[in-house]
Design a protein. Sequence first.
Length: 248
Amino acid sequence: MKNEVQIHEVDSSLNTRRSFLKLSGLTLATAGLIMAGCSDNDNDDDMNDTSLPGVRNGIFDLGSGDFGVLTYAYALEQLEADFYTKVVNASNFNTIFNDIERQVLTDLYHHEVIHRDFFKAALNGALPDPSSQLLPSLTFNYGSMNFNSRTEVLATAKALEDTGVAAYNGAGKLIKSADYLLLAGKIVSVEARHASAIRSLINPNSKDFAGDDIISTSTGLDVAKDPSKILPIAGGFITTQFTAKYLP
């Protein structure tokens, strides 16, 4: 294995970016309570309604509509929270990353845990029967990935964050509730800043934070992808089986 370089060039904008990330994450912690509080708990739908997540033919399905999108987002946030938990707890975390990098990655860890718990609380408050309709805690496998490799960690973080932004952007059109759409928009704005921060760690002082691979050259907007395009990518890390038959 090649030795990891322990001294890295630091993008001078990262300190300011870190402050914004931290404030955004803390704001979303309270947003979760608002989302759960404004949900309708008087829904009499059953499993014949494909909007409801739950076990169908022995396998959990994410459902469709607002519930399906929220459950889909919950699955992705579980993945990101698990990944960053492993990153910050790796045995060589304090040696392979410099101070700024550790602070950014630790902030992202806290944010993703907030996002995961946010969706869990929201779904618990909104689903008619969360005991059977809430997506269970997922399990993950990162294969041969070395969490003590700066290169591998940042490359995977980049892939996850870029995928997360495209996922939220692609799912926005599926959300009917104005409240849910607003909150999803807040979260994707934070995820986009995550992606930007990671790209700046990989290639400081470059234009990669808004590269042509993630920003459309014709519209100037972030890439948007449907769940059917996102889940095969995220599914490479998720070992818990589930389906998304009713999402596009």
